[in-house]
Ligand binder design. Structure first.
Ligand code: ADP
Ligand code: ZN
Length: 863
């Protein structure tokens, strides 16, 4: 790429932002454009005269890139080429089309995405794209259309019936008008198609048109009709034709009588501000022509109204009475109030067990932000949690609440985004990417359940929404609250060092006691029965007792599917995913075995694929099996299962929760998704079948995760006036994560865990980065990893960082690719970045393709 500009990210004196109507000064001649491709630099384009006075930083712009056109984002404008650049005027291409007159990306978001791209080493254009609702940055598709000259060529060739590819394509085009380049590629192969298209365009026989791709989303409009206001309107007088009197239509003046159909239209509109055209036609039982006649005669008006696609539909929400805040809640709120009013950046950790009234505090703080004319943003870790919270927020703030998450339809997302961009919605609730909501004057940011790993984006750009939220609050002088019952080690550490202010809601509301948790030693159960058991007698008995009292229970197992292994008794082989280094999980209801990483699925075998033996058996139970067994053991119980398989359908999870809340279900069986954020007063038993698999993961956060999961799920029990019971089955009864979780002792766990982190130099004592080399050719992957290590060592000549690896990643093969990992630990974060940057730079200078190296800064898991 010759257009790469070296230090484009740094602000230079000749970078300027211009107002839409510049009054004086030179027009910018060049735009610095971030392109959503896997390249880390930005690119310089020349602005044609027509765009010079319109272009602004933050606007989308279509630019030539390689052989295609792409939609990029203007990140800066320049009057001249940057000093000291090696760019030649002749290297620079013209921008093709400016898509926005008003910049889509606000200056705040431009700044935030720049930070994300630098901090996480992600291409700026990719980050901006991720920050916008999908479909708003259309991929530009190319369409071919035959020209007059092309038609002439075709008719000449008809006689001589030579069938070259060129002629076949021309014929196709002349028969079907426009054809997308993608379709041409399908027909002729992609390299052939591009070559052909270029050649034909050069010869002037086809034209290449650029169009937004089909994923493009737009605002939705509805046609509506209203009566034109006329005072004491003779038009709408009774539908009898008076022999004399004033003309029926004073505007048309001719006194043409209205038809019966037209009168019905007028009748139907009467008493309504306006009606949707479709509604009107149905109500008046007329066709569109009656309306258009009335429109021509200026009796009615047809107009377009922007429709809002609301994710919560037309559900209405009753405003409930405000609670009298408790004294602790009041004092917490007072601490938040002060910096909010002062418009100062202030980070807080709000440490409170579930049910301690955190959400109520969030709501009151939001109210303050609104009163000050500012906006608030609340992040939640799971889509499944948005309905619960958005309902609660809608109750308080009505239409001012916008909802952002990825299972909304593109239309809904676009509309919610627009409402926020226009300042109509001042409260945003959503998952990860909502951190980029284009709020006006952001005053308050809340990250609920801040410890959740779902805040980290698994695909590129790898950002952590919690950390991005903190940086955003800092840049926009906002208050940020990290809320959790089990804060992440980093966050709690920051609170102990004074980097965050610590707020606590130590008690459950209404003096409800914390549940008593009991650890059940499954080794004992095994020796008692001389065979492995899924359920201990204690758990079965507790279930029995709970339901006798008409109370509810939750049973958790952190593994979906039916069985996690399929083994052959003859040869001992387990069935592996062909693409990944994991075993396939048996899903009994569909009779298939599935890879939980790449979703590969095949029919469940009746014979061993290795030795043809017929003694296939299944090991390791999943939620499907637990559900089935419990249904057999307790036939009278109404049991529902909640895991990623059952919640794939939109609304399914919400349905189960509502039914459970209404008492239509007695027991929920499921994965960790059950552990979060719901309040079921009638649940008095939580059974944990096993968390041992999670505890054994080769990841430094395994203990922390397990502790969090157990504490959260234990918090589900005994929420009403009845005490709850929590039973945790395990083969590791003395593990400190389990001990402290069963005692609901966060401080105790933190003390022990932070010592481990310090002794083994893990975060928060060091900054950590994971560099994963991946590819289908293991030899190449290994060689590249070795080269990477060499470059890292060279960059680390001062030995300030500790470099581990290369070694096979714990998940050594994924989706058909081998994975080799290097870990870098460094006490100085800045230094860490410098080493990685330097190593990657020299690799790319040696023409190693950096696409095969996946860099994660602050990885939440090193699997
Ligand atoms: P958390 O977010 O910490 O789990 P919530 O704010 O959801 O806690 O509060 C738990 C329950 O207590 C909710 O049902 C909420 O409506 C109720 N609640 C919150 N604050 C009060 C209060 N001051 N007085 C009475 N009930 C309250
Ligand atoms: Zn797989």
């Amino acid at each position: 790429m010759q257009q790469r500009s070296e230090s484009s990210r740094e602000d230079s004196p000749n970078t300027k932002q211009i107002s839409p109507n510049p009054t004086d000064g030179a027009e910018p001649l060049y735009a610095e454009v971030a392109v959503p491709v896997h390249v880390s630099s930005t690119f310089t384009y020349r602005l044609p005269v027509s765009m010079q006075h319109l272009a602004q930083a933050g606007s989308r712009i279509v630019v030539p890139f390689g052989r295609k056109f792409v939609t990029g984002y203007i990140v800066a404008l320049r009057e001249g080429l940057q000093q000291g650049t090696s760019l030649q005027e002749s290297d620079i291409k013209d921008a093709k089309e400016l898509l926005d007159v008003i910049p889509l990306v606000t200056p705040e978001l431009l700044e935030l995405t720049r930070w994300v791209s630098e901090y996480y080493l992600a291409p700026w254009g990719e980050v901006i794209k991720a920050a916008l609702p999908p479909g708003i940055s259309p991929t530009i598709e190319q369409f071919l259309s035959v020209t007059a000259r092309g038609r002439a060529e075709l008719s000449e060739s008809r006689s001589a019936d030579a069938q070259t590819i060129r002629q076949r394509l021309l014929r196709m085009l002349s028969e079907s008008g426009e054809i997308g380049l993608a379709a041409v590629s399908n027909q002729f192969g992609s390299s052939q198609a591009t070559k052909l298209a270029r050649e034909l365009e050069r010869d002037g026989v086809v034209e290449i048109l650029q169009r937004p791709g089909s994923e493009f989303v737009r605002a939705k409009y509805q046609r509506r009709v209203r009566l034109v206001q006329t005072t004491d309107d003779p038009v709408v007088s009774p539908p009898v034709s008076p022999p004399l009197g004033p003309p029926l239509n004073p505007i048309a003046g001719e006194g043409r009588k209205l038809s019966a159909a037209q009168l019905r239209v007028i009748e139907a509109l009467r008493g309504h501000e306006s009606l949707a055209l479709s509604e009107l036609l149905a109500a008046a039982e007329v066709s569109g022509s009656s309306v258009s006649t009335l429109q021509k005669r200026k009796i009615v008006e047809v107009f377009e109204e922007r429709l809002r696609r609301d994710p919560l539909g037309d559900a209405t929400f009753e405003r409930t009475e405000d609670y009298q805040l408790t004294e602790t809640q009041e004092s917490v709120l007072a601490k938040l109030d002060e910096p909010l009013r002062a418009r100062a950046y202030a980070p807080f950790l709000l440490h409170g067990v579930t049910g301690s009234g955190k959400t109520e505090v969030y709501i009151r703080a939001m109210r303050v932000a609104l009163e000050l004319g500012r906006s608030a943003l609340m992040l939640v870790p799971e889509i499944a949690l948005t309905p619960v919270f958005s309902r609660r927020l809608r109750m308080h703030f009505g239409d001012k609440v916008a909802i952002f998450h990825s299972s909304l339809s593109p239309g809904e997302r676009f509309d919610e985004w627009t409402r926020v961009r226009n300042g109509e919605a001042r409260i945003v609730i959503g998952t990860r990417s909502a951190v980029f909501a284009p709020t006006k004057d952001l005053g308050l940011v809340i990250v609920d359940e801040e410890h959740e790993s779902t805040y980290r984006q698994q695909d590129s750009p790898h950002y952590n929404a919690r950390d991005t939220a903190i940086v955003r609050a800092q840049k926009e002088s906002a208050v940020v609250i990290l809320g959790s019952a089990t804060p992440s080690l980093e966050t709690f550490h920051n609170a102990t060092t004074g980097k965050y202010r610590y707020l606590e809601l130590p008690d459950r509301l209404g003096q409800r006691p914390m549940a008593v948790a009991e650890i059940i030693d499954m080794r004992e159960v095994f020796s008692r029965h001389r065979k492995p058991r899924i359920f201990s007698d204690e758990l079965l008995q507790a279930i029995e007792e709970t339901h006798k009292k008409k109370e509810q229970s939750i049973v958790l197992l952190n593994r979906r599917g039916y069985s996690s292994f399929v083994l052959c008794r003859s040869c001992g082989e387990s069935i592996q995913c062909p693409n990944c280094d994991v075993t396939l999980t048996y899903h009994r209801s569909e009779k298939v075995i599935i890879c939980h990483y790449c979703n590969h699925r095949e029919a469940a075998p009746s014979k061993c694929p290795s030795c043809d033996g017929s003694f296939i058996y299944y090991v390791g139970e999943g939620t499907q099996q637990i559900e089935e067994k419990l249904k057999t053991l307790f036939p009278s119980l109404r049991i529902a299962r909640v895991d990623r398989d059952t919640t794939a359908r939109r609304g399914a999870f919400e349905r189960s929760l509502l039914d459970f809340g209404d008492g239509k279900i007695d027991m929920l069986v499921g994965t960790q998704i059950l552990a979060k954020g719901h309040d079921f007063p009638n649940v008095t038993l939580v059974g944990v079948v096993s968390v041992d698999a999670g505890l054994a993961l080769p990841d430094f956060r395994a203990a922390e995760r397990t502790f969090q999961l157990l504490t959260q799920v234990a918090g589900r029990a005994g929420r009403g006036d009845r005490a709850g019971k929590v039973l945790i089955q395990t083969y590791h009864p003395y593990h400190y994560a389990l001990r402290h979780a069963s005692a609901q002792d966060y401080a105790g766990f933190y003390e022990e865990e932070i010592r481990h982190r310090q002794n083994h130099t893990y975060p928060p004592f060091v900054a950590l980065a994971s560099l994963l080399v991946h590819g289908t050719d293991i030899v190449r992957v290994r060689a590249e990893a070795v080269e990477l290590r060499k470059e890292l060592d060279r960059a680390n000549s001062e030995r300030s960082a500790r470099i581990l690896g290369p070694a096979p990643a714990p998940l050594a093969r994924l989706k058909g690719e081998y994975r080799v990992q290097l870990l870098i630990k460094c006490r100085n974060r800045h230094q860490l970045r410098k080493i990685i940057d330097a190593a990657l730079k020299s690799l790319s200078e040696r023409n190693v393709n950096l696409r095969s190296i996946n860099v994660e800064i602050d990885p939440v898991s090193i699997m």
